[in-house]
Design a protein around this ligand. Structure first.
Ligand SMILES: O=C(O)[C@H](O)[C@H](O)COP(=O)(O)O
Ligand SMILES: [Mg+2]
Length: 305
């Protein structure tokens, strides 16, 4: 069944009136890289003023909740820490509260500060990540340096712009030498929308580790309901009166569909028109489509007049 395309203020108002909780993807919905989407600030202020709950839900594991809040507020979007929810935070909560990660073990991080900060916040030891020892790598490869380490109880992979052979070989060694060592991915986004284009996303960066370790990873972020379970545990909202707004069919929209939450796809991000309206559209069908989340700003102007 084709999605309903929203294009009039009347349709926008009817939607806003039917939703209490807005779950908002970040990259591709609120901003494209460093540029905030036109109208988004007005829409967020309007929703908050109307008593709506706004939760920012990003798969981008480079940012801890605190860093996500700072990035949103640098764009003047007035985010509170409670409104911020990222895959790094959800992964740390999963390790701590679901796996009861042992205090005498540590996590090997294939990723950046966001993951490290969230692991620190739940008291889980970690190695790798931003450690210069792992970021510096020049051939020839010193294969003798890759040794098993039974104190590594999990390998956690997120977006890592410092990817190199050493990191991949260390992660693989920990996983293949210890069947009890878990492989966890913050998310599996194939691409990352920024600077008017798309670039390799964290899902594309962790494939060498998944492939070489021959492990089936635990995946935390959208579209997996693990992330929704963590959000509902924190915010306790009614999914039937919630709306997931995203630019990516494979993560955001599937996340909403998997969680019993209505979905609104915005164009201009990762998803092309063809994937929704073409001859062979994706099997993932959003409930609603809008050109831009900023288009709802017209409701604020109507109120102001
Ligand atoms: O590569 C990634 O991690 C993701 O593409 C990116 O960060 C997605 O962020 P989101 O659209 O969930 O805010
Ligand atoms: Mg996105």
């Amino acid at each position: 069944m084709a999605p309903l395309v929203l294009s009039s203020p009347e349709q926008y108002q009817k939607l806003v009136d039917s939703v209490d909780t807005f779950l908002l993807d970040c990259d591709g919905v609120l901003y494209h890289g460093p540029v905030v989407v036109e109208g988004v600030k007005t829409v967020l202020n309007m929703l908050r003023a109307s008593g709506k709950k706004v939760i920012f839900v990003t798969n981008n594991a480079t940012k801890s909740r605190r860093k996500l809040q700072a990035a949103l507020n640098k764009l003047d979007l007035n985010a509170s820490l409670e409104e911020c929810f990222g895959s790094a935070y959800a992964s740390a909560v999963y390790l701590s509260q679901v796996l009861n990660f042992p205090k005498d073990k540590k996590v090997y991080v294939f990723g950046e500060e966001g993951i490290e900060e969230e692991l620190d916040a739940v008291g889980i030891a970690h190695c790798g990540g931003t450690d210069t020892e792992d970021r510096e790598f020049k051939p020839p490869i010193d294969f003798d340096s890759f040794k098993p380490d039974p104190s590594v109880g999990a390998v956690l992979c997120g977006f890592d712009s410092w990817i190199n052979y050493k990191k991949i070989a260390k992660a693989m060694t920990y996983l293949r030498s210890n069947p009890k060592c878990e492989l966890i991915l913050t998310n599996t986004d194939a691409t990352y929308p920024t600077h008017g284009s798309q670039f390799p996303g964290s899902g594309s960066l962790s494939i060498p580790i998944v492939n070489s370790s021959k492990r089936t990873p635990i995946v935390i972020g959208k579209p997996n309901t693990t992330m929704m379970d963590a959000i509902i545990a924190d915010h306790k909202f009614d999914p039937s009166r919630a709306l997931m707004v995203g630019d990516n069919l494979a993560t955001d929209i599937e996340f909403g569909l998997n969680s019993g939450v209505r979905t609104l796809l915005v164009m201009g991000g990762v998803t092309s028109r063809d994937q929704v309206f073409g001859d062979k559209p994706s099997h993932v069908v959003p409930d609603l489509v809008i050109e831009s989340f900023g288009d709802l700003a017209v409701l604020a102007k109507d109120k102001a007049e």
